[in-house]
Design a protein around this ligand. Sequence first.
Ligand code: BES
Ligand code: ZN
Length: 469
Amino acid sequence: MQNVFEYLGGHEQRFIEELCEYIRFPSVSAQPSHARDVSSCAKWLVDHCSSMGLKSELCATSGNPVVLATTLKAGAGTKPHFLVYGHYDVQPAEPFDLWTSPPFEPRLEGRKLFARGASDNKGQNFAHLKAVEAYLKTGTELPCELTFLIEGEEEVGSVSLASFLSQRKKSLQCEAVVISDTGIPGKKCPALTYALRGIAAFEIIVRGPGRDLHSGIFGGSVDNPAMVLSQLLAQLRDARGRIRIPGFYDDVVPLTSFERKELARLPFKDRDYQRFLGVPALFGEKGYTPMEQRTSRPTLEINGLTSGYQGDGSKTIIPAWARAKVTCRLVPDQHPEKVIKAVRAYLKKICPPTVRLEVASGHGAEPYYTSPAGAYAQAALKAVGQAFGREPLLMREGGSIPIVTEFRKTLGVDTLLVGLGLPDDNAHSPNEKFDLDCFSSGMRMGAMLWQELRGVFDARKPKRRLARR
Ligand code: BES
Ligand code: ZN
């Protein structure tokens, strides 16, 4: 192992330059204008994995391509196989004027690398690739067989990946999936995430007159879609964030006292959090701490609101339509389809007859939960602790990685979430950055993981044989 760590330390400068190359592709999956950048990024990644010594393949899907890169050879032996998942697509970088430097021209400031996608998720998945490169280039035997699956649609709901998984089910059979696409409380405070929220995305469209109307000639006699939409939205949630849709909380599994204790151990100060976010006061459901509210309770958020005239000056109209993009974050055991059904029924009930209402459902992902007491989770905790030189904590997180529940359904395996992002990485915000100390710890963690996980596999093997007899 010593030569692996020496290799990682000795080549860090080159790794950073390569990471910058990776980041320079504006692989924004949400914007069709970036379709070519998305596929160029995937091609670069395939070539890069090949140059590292992995068998790499650019796989077409019904959407953006998937990159598969593996150590597996035909007729390979007895090592356990693990999947490492990541995504090469990024969120849109707008609004550009809020960036200190252009989002796709990586800028190094001390140990901070600023660029869209630096933390979410290119820097994090690149750390795993480099850890494996260190094994391959030093001729050190990898304790496990590994397949990297790096996709290009995570930021838009991983819509094409589920069917890709079923098609490739056989070659992707594995012990568990490893993902670094979550966060840790601090670079000296590592953690293992054992639960993620799910998501249900939908759009509410309210249509009124067939065209925008003069608000003086017609106003008062015809309803205003923007006003109706606002009134509908206002009835979805109360002033403390409790959702008012009947049935919404039916399937919510309450937090256990162990989980509440673990969340309370995380370094978190309400005051600092409030200052960091720049809000005049925090907000949230009664009876829960901000950490619980943001990781373990369901929510309903308006992500975008559009209607009427947005240009300079004023325009006196009654707009023909109004629309809102909304997402609910879900917790175990809520289901996106069931939630959307409840939303639709409630909106239909409260919508006045003066407008036409449409609730168009978008992407969805189920919430994820796995026991942190499992043997692989304990082994991952050990690797994380060794790499960061600190005892890792256990946490739940509020974000979503849609494919994790599909890994369980299709491949029958759990996911180990070993994040490298920091709370001030500005994921999805202007001035995203990745801390290079997290990059180095992440590479060391990546190197150690395979030893620890192999240990669990070996300890299990005899039991399996006994069970089979
Ligand atoms: N890396 C995030 C997910 C994440 C972030 C999980 C922080 C836990 C903590 C991922 O790239 C992401 O942003 N996912 C989207 C998924 C959505 C578009 C379906 C999300 O959570 O908004
Ligand atoms: Zn993201």
